[in-house]
Design a protein around this ligand. Structure first.
Ligand code: 13P
Length: 251
């Protein structure tokens, strides 16, 4: 049985007081872990520190990035050890916004994953193709190349303990989610490719990209979709609660 997760990526949103109020709202709306589903929230660092200090029990904390080294002269960076110290258990790595804006490569993402895991953080590794890559029939080639690069630096053992998120870039923040069929097709190919590398077949595979309360149930009904990485809808407590409930309803 594979683990199921619903992960909220808040990106660069919410001040500390807003984050604390938001988590209260999530808890009272029932958007919490249970029925085999773990609920993870990945706030910006400042809100993360505020939430970590509060000692949440029914929601797990994650970060949105970390550095590949433990400490040193890296102005503006944060280490996996610091995130663990602040109460984090997960870290999102290789989000397409960081690949685009910080030019992160698969090798760097693999190095970060390796370091994160050894510092007590479980990596949530993001993969995904651009619109033109999909339109030219290169989705599988692009995703497999990303997997090969990350495993090349992190190793299959690290990947076996990670979570993988398929986030087609064209679906992020556009309101144009992949259909359940499109997502399932890529997820099953990701699983097959991971297994070819000697990675465990039980790695949870999350779908991300315009997940809403309206499309979550169809996505979660797919054989190889073990949850979601949610952006915009994770900032709306009632809608996030609906997504969590759909995940908890899957048997
Ligand atoms: P949206 O859910 O806003 O499309 O964002 C997805 C995402 O980037 C999660 O990491």
């Amino acid at each position: 049985m594979r683990q199921r997760l619903i992960v909220g990526n808040w990106k660069m949103n919410l001040l500390q007081a807003e984050a604390l109020a938001f988590v209260d709202e999530l808890e009272s709306a029932g958007a919490v872990s249970g029925d085999g589903v773990e609920v993870v929230i990945c706030p910006p660092y400042t809100a993360l520190a505020a939430l970590g200090g509060r000692g949440l029990r029914s929601i797990t904390l994650g970060a949105q990035n970390c550095h590949a080294r433990q400490k040193g002269a890296f102005t503006g960076e944060i280490s996996a050890e610091m995130l663990t110290d602040a109460g984090c258990r997960y870290v999102i790595l290789g989000h397409s916004e960081r690949r685009r804006d910080q030019h992160e490569t698969d090798v760097e993402i693999g190095n970060k994953a390796n370091h994160a895991l050894h510092s007590g953080l479980r990596p949530i590794i993001c993969l995904g193709e651009q619109l033109e890559e999909r339109q030219s029939g290169r989705t599988h080639e692009v995703i497999n190349r990303q997997i090969d690069g990350i495993i090349g630096s992190a190793g299959a053992q690290v990947m076996s303990q990670a979570v993988v998120a398929y986030e087609p870039v064209w679906a992020i923040g556009t309101g144009l989610a992949a259909t359940a069929e499109q997502a399932q097709e890529v997820h099953s190919s990701i699983r097959e490719h991971l297994i070819k590398h000697g990675v465990s077949g039980t790695v949870p595979l999350l779908y991300g990209g315009s997940v809403t309360g309206g499309n979550a149930a169809d996505l979660f009904a797919c054989a190889d979709i073990d949850g979601a990485l949610v952006g915009g809808a994770s900032l709306k407590a009632p809608e996030f609660a609906v997504i969590v409930q759909h995940a908890r309803d899957v048997r």
